[in-house]
Design a protein around this ligand. Structure first.
Ligand SMILES: NC(=O)c1ccc[n+]([C@@H]2O[C@H](COP(=O)([O-])OP(=O)(O)OC[C@H]3O[C@@H](n4cnc5c(N)ncnc54)[C@H](OP(=O)(O)O)[C@@H]3O)[C@@H](O)[C@H]2O)c1
Length: 324
């Protein structure tokens, strides 16, 4: 099953981002990967077993973030851990503590505690840009950087209206991670991706890919012309590995390509794939949502052009039957 080499654990291995990370780790040849999933036999995780190197160096284990003992077993004897798993709700949640907040926050503390006990060398935690930019006190016009934290009370007020609770869950979870670092000295680096698009490896459609799919087949007359900060899923996997491998990596990193208006995304898509029922009109929205990703670039990170991301996303939606 697992050949010699550095053993690392990836939580939530079958998800959109984690699948690309597992593929990247296996492609390096010297990592043995232990991926946690909630249902190792499920067909939605079959793509992992088909990866090159999986037979020799991938082990899938059953773990739930809220079952501490399962997390302890998952990280045992690992040199590094990538904590990727967290609920990404696509709509309202009627039981937010149970469905969203607890798995994110208690899940993160369970993973970090287990890593500390197991003497894991470094933990890379996937946070989110939503833990960065939801802060009305950040100076208008200044790009959001790693110094900015989403304001918990502001998130809470918005969540009462939206009933999604994702922003709050990710903000509390990342805060929890750094509080644990302050207490124990565990080596933790966080990556805060913006909205992630890119080709699917898993056969199901995840929440952020639904956003792009909705642009393509939304069949609406009008759409808000927001600024979107997008990042390719393959570039997120690169960022996670860089954060793990570079000894100088520390603190949090925003992971995003440059901002783009929704109308520009749709124009690129129209050029590539002219026949879909794209929105016809745009309602202008003014907002302060430009991110600085300089810190990650200084670590050696690069990102691919948005055209490539959009083209490959659509190709995969077609391959999986989400688009004709
Ligand atoms: N996609 C984005 O735009 C984006 C942007 C910024 C940050 N992120 C972060 O990136 C990470 C992965 O997101 P994704 O987009 O790849 O979403 P995804 O495909 O929905 O993956 C989420 C993963 O979390 C696992 N999970 C949820 N609750 C769990 C629990 N209680 N115990 C164990 N596993 C649990 C899911 O496992 P099951 O398959 O068993 O349900 C799934 O594998 C999340 O931390 C998310 O917050 C995503």
């Amino acid at each position: 099953m697992e050949a010699a080499g550095k053993r690392v654990c990836v939580t939530g291995a079958g998800g959109f981002i984690a699948s690309w990370l597992v593929k990247l780790l296996l492609s390096r040849g010297h990592y043995a990967v232990r991926g946690t999933v909630r249902d190792p036999g499920a067909s939605k995780n079959a793509h992992l077993k088909a990866l090159e190197g999986a037979r020799e160096r991938l082990q899938l284990v059953k773990a739930d973030l809220l079952d501490y003992n399962s997390v302890v077993s998952a990280v045992a004897s690992c040199e590094g851990v990538f904590h990727v798993a967290s609920p990404v709700p696509s709509g309202r949640s009627s039981n937010p503590e149970v469905d969203v907040i607890d798995p994110a926050v208690t899940g993160t503390s369970n993973v970090l505690k287990a890593c500390y006990e197991a003497k894991v060398r470094r933990v890379v935690v996937v946070s989110s840009a939503v833990a960065v930019f939801s802060n009305p006190n950040w100076p208008k016009g200044k790009p959001f950087d790693e110094e900015c934290w989403s304001d918990e009370e502001y998130c809470r007020k918005n969540e009462i209206i939206l009933q999604n609770w994702y922003y709050l869950s990710k903000t509390l979870a990342e805060r929890e991670a750094f509080a644990y670092v302050a207490k124990t000295g565990l080596d933790v680096v966080t990556i805060c991706p913006s909205l992630v698009f890119g080709p699917l490896m898993q056969p199901t459609i995840n929440t952020s890919s639904k956003v792009l799919l909705n642009y393509i087949k939304g069949d609406r007359d009008a759409i808000e012309n927001r600024i979107r900060n997008i990042v390719d899923v393959r570039d997120v996997a690169d960022a996670l590995l860089l954060a793990y491998e570079k000894s100088e990596a520390s603190g949090r990193y925003i992971c995003s390509s440059p901002p783009i208006k929704v109308s520009d995304i749709i124009n690129i898509l129209k050029n590539l794939y002219p026949t879909y029922p794209y929105p016809k009109n745009f309602v202008e929205v003014e907002e302060n949502s430009v991110f600085s990703f300089e810190k990650l670039q200084k670590l050696g990170w690069t990102f691919r052009p948005i055209e490539e991301t959009l083209r490959d996303s659509v190709k995969s939606y077609k391959a999986f039957g989400f688009l004709n």
